[in-house]
Design a protein around this ligand. Sequence first.
Ligand SMILES: *Cc1c(COP(=O)(O)O)cnc(C)c1O
Length: 473
Amino acid sequence: MSAINKAALFQKLPSTDELLRQPDMKVLMERDGHAAVSESIRVVLARLRQEIGSGQLNDQSLDLALGGLSAAIERQLRQSLSYSLRPLINATGVILHTNLGRAPLAGAALDHVRATASAYSNLEFDVLSGERGKRDFHVDRLFQKLLDSDRAVSTIVVNNNAAAVLLALNSLAEGGEVIVSRGELVEIGGSFRIPDVMSKSNATLREVGATNRTRIADYEGAINDRTRILLRVHRSNFEITGFTEQPSLDELVALARRRNIPLMEDLGSGALFDLRSVGVNGEPGVLDSLHAGVDIVTYSGDKLLGGPQAGLISGRVDLVARMRSNSLFRALRVDKLTYAALEATLLAYVKRDHDAVPVLRMMRLSKDEIAERAQRIISQVESAATKPARLNVELVDGESVIGGGAAPSAALPTCLIATTHADLSADELNTRLRAHLPPVIARVEEGRVLLDLRTVFPEQDANLVEALASLKN
Ligand SMILES: *Cc1c(COP(=O)(O)O)cnc(C)c1O
């Protein structure tokens, strides 16, 4: 289109002021205010200008767009005044999906957040003595029960596990060296790299061994008078298989004791629950490490623990005290919402009410329970009046994964709802499911959309039926 023609199209656009004088815009302004409405008008006009400029609009299609201008402004207004962060249905079967908010919180955690955060609380106040208290007291007392070991253990809470590792390294190893195996120099999603965190903490990384093999003698040979910590990092999101060697935790503990150097372990996903009972092996629990004699462990609150985003540091009382008195701790501390959600989650563990914690409940679901729900959903979709004729839904066997950088190769047997459509590709079906309200997030594999109910809350099953039955022909 020529520049002259485009200029003619630009001429057709009304000004913001003209639009603001229109009766239907006045109605919107009375409801949502002048600022929000004029902002929406500007956004919609800018979009039209951009579409004219790029040649997407001609005379006819512009007239059409101008006919629907008020509706477009209202849509824009509604969108700008609604939440961006919204709930959705996770039908991927990945229990700890970092992009989908990791662990959903327990009902008790939400109740406790609401009760303590909508009023004043004793966050840092000892009600009995009337004196100032410590905010970590509320959860440390519960960790002490849960991490009952032969030695006294303290726990502090920071913003996330990345912050926990940073605080621990800075407190214990600033200006000194930290020995780590080359096989454990991991990157966790979102660019958390052990060497980077190390340099931010002002500690010097001392790499030992090779990617696939590190022996206890490698650690021993690297120890010198600048060594402050031996660090073990859990390989959360990958496995090294084949010709490999790694010292056992017992060997590392023995070496650390002999040379009087603290042993720290970044567990990543701190399980306070015996995963072997759900058939997941090889994922170390917090207690396993502390019982083995590790001095300091760091782990996330929103991975296998199933609580709010947080970084937990548990271990030797004297070492944790050094971290608590580090000014970085003040910068990395968490607020009352996190303490409330964490306290309620931990209390469920203390009461051994594991089904109260959603991620634990999901891990414990049997394949049969999932199959039964899936079959019910399939029957309901089949009998729905709106079911697209060319949609096919069937039950197939599959696997759910824990995700979130935990047990990389662990899979839980599950049943999947496999969906195909005679006229739509799996990607198109998937896009339509995402456009549903609430959005449904699924997996696409081998030309089928796969829905795993392990991560779908039973009260969302009806939404799934609706989403599937309303996929247009
Ligand atoms: C997930 C993970 C982290 C980062 O934890 P965040 O709580 O996400 O900050 C660090 N180290 C390991 C080994 C992890 O698995």
